[in-house]
Design a protein around this ligand. Structure first.
Ligand code: SF4
Length: 87
């Protein structure tokens, strides 16, 4: 089974032309997570941890201003479970 939690954050403030693609930022957790809660401690503004479900992205939070902290949390995740596409 594969669990996926994705949040799209809009990264552009300009009007985009028809052929321009809107850039999206995405973060998700893979099933290899061992629920150590380290990522929620590293980025409490974005990630909430619940013992039953593990790490989840907070609803309605713009992830873009926290990109660097998310990248750092992904770098130090012991199971390489945090995946992202951040601008
Ligand atoms: S740091 Fe990695 S292993 Fe630990 S709870 Fe977060 S995603 Fe899971």
């Amino acid at each position: 089974m594969f669990s996926l939690c994705v949040y799209f954050g809009y990264t552009g403030g300009r009007h985009l032309g028809r052929k321009q693609k809107m850039k999206k930022s995405v973060v998700w957790f893979e099933e290899s997570c061992i629920k150590c809660a380290m990522c929620a401690e590293e980025v409490p503004e974005v990630i909430v941890f619940e013992a039953t479900t593990g790490p989840q992205l907070k609803e309605g939070v713009d992830i873009v201003p926290h990109s660097e902290k998310i990248k750092r949390a992904a770098q130090f995740c012991p199971k390489d479970s945090i995946k992202h596409h951040l601008q």
